[in-house]
Design a protein around this ligand. Structure first.
Ligand code: F6P
Length: 383
């Protein structure tokens, strides 16, 4: 063990929407910190909410043993809590009254003698960490989200398991679509990025893939489906990212949560596309919305490995005296970048991505009427 003189104790939290692999990261950070650097860990419950309310508990080796394969997070998470804009009460009309409660969080950090904070989350969580870094707390971020949309890293843990879940669902939809000669539309998550739709769509051999990066023309989709119904196998599978939108229209917003660092919740495009296909093609069409099934369950082996590497590198970065960094993987190599690299940005799919070119070459429709063209030399990233 190499004792780490400057850091004796760290606080760790899981923020934002949960995803498979959070427990694997907690285990990796804690075990590396204890076994290699003699650093103690305390777990903060329910993301920044626990920091505001001083809900902190020690995390022993026993606490983090046996959790590698477990979905969710043993600490709890929260995607509706921003300490700089925290809903402390409600106005008579039901709207939230906000206050800045960063000082309360700083008291919790001091009271529990945390020498550093590890935050596991997406861009919202990294943004929430800003006032702590500004106040002199050393914050190390670990990128998490099924959406795979964080700038600075080629992959986030949770994504590959979500792709497995979506692919399995699309495989199942294939057989029932075939039996009933139907069109099956499957809406997947991803916020403004189409990574889950593209990857699961290609992995399942879906016929139409709709992603936010390529706004679609419903008439093109109808033409492609018509062709497949008449002279193809007589059924079709459409995977649509929740953020996809028609060329002439807007994304569909399911709800707005003003208390969340990312208030917009997308959803509903699957039903919309299905209705249009049914009307235009006169073919029975059904919709499946995968929703939070993509966030639940045990992480895949690939995500367990990714999470273990992210956690190990976070603990090692702290022990090496790194300050205010986010752990990333680029070209399969782990390193760290400025903590705020991902804040306020989104890593969308480049429209020249080789997986889009490959799908087009196989006849997959993106509903945009664009024909296949040979890919550029861009490396097939992230998978
Ligand atoms: O960012 C992860 C994610 O699952 C998105 O794909 C989705 O848009 C959003 O979170 C759903 O959030 P909530 O859990 O608040 O419904």
């Amino acid at each position: 063990m190499s004792p780490c003189s400057h850091i004796r104790k760290i606080g760790i939290l899981t923020g934002g929407g949960d995803c498979p692999g959070l427990n694997a990261v907690l285990r990796a950070v804690a075990k590396t910190a204890y076994l290699q650097h003699g650093i103690e860990i305390c777990g903060i419950e329910d993301g920044f909410q626990g920091l505001i309310e001083n809900r902190v508990r020690p995390l022993s080796m026993k606490d983090v043993s046996g959790i590698l394969t477990r979905g969710g997070t043993i600490l709890g998470s929260n995607n509706r809590c921003n300490p700089t804009k925290y809903a402390i009460s409600r106005n008579p009309d039901g709207s939230p009254v906000f206050a800045n409660v960063v000082d309360r969080c700083l008291q919790t950090i001091e009271r529990n003698k945390m020498d550093a904070l590890v935050v596991i989350g997406g861009d919202g969580t990294m943004a929430c960490a800003a006032p702590f870094a500004a106040a002199g707390v050393n914050v190390i971020g670990i990128p998490k989200t099924i959406d795979n949309d964080l700038v600075g890293t080629e992959i986030t843990f949770g994504f590959l398991t979500a792709v497995d879940t979506a692919t399995e669902a699309l495989d199942r939809l294939h057989s029932t679509a075939d039996s009933h000669h139907r069109v099956m539309v499957c809406e997947v998550m991803g916020r403004n990025a189409g990574w889950i739709a593209l990857t699961a769509g290609v992995a399942s051999g879906s016929d139409v893939i709709l992603i936010p990066e390529l706004p679609f023309d419903i008439r093109r989709i109808a033409d492609d489906i018509d062709r497949r119904m008449r002279s193809g196998p007589g059924f079709a599978i459409v995977v649509v990212a929740e953020g996809a939108r028609p060329r002439t229209g807007q994304q569909i917003v399911a709800r707005v949560d003003p208390t969340s660092p990312d208030p917009i919740r997308l959803g509903g495009i699957g039903n919309h596309v299905a209705q249009e296909i049914e009307d235009l093609c006169n073919v029975e069409t059904r919709t499946t919305v995968l929703g939070h099934t993509q966030r639940g369950g045990s992480p895949s082996p690939a995500d367990r490995i990714l999470a273990t590497n992210f956690g190990f590198h976070a603990a090692a970065a702290l022990a090496a005296g790194r300050r205010n960094r986010m752990i990333v993987r680029v070209n399969n190599i782990y390193s760290d970048v400025d903590l705020f690299t991902a804040v306020g940005k989104q890593r969308l799919i480049p429209i020249e991505h080789p997986l889009i070119a490959a799908a087009r070459a196989l006849g997959t429709s993106f509903g945009d009427g664009t024909a296949y063209s040979a890919p550029t030399a861009m490396a097939a990233a992230s998978m």
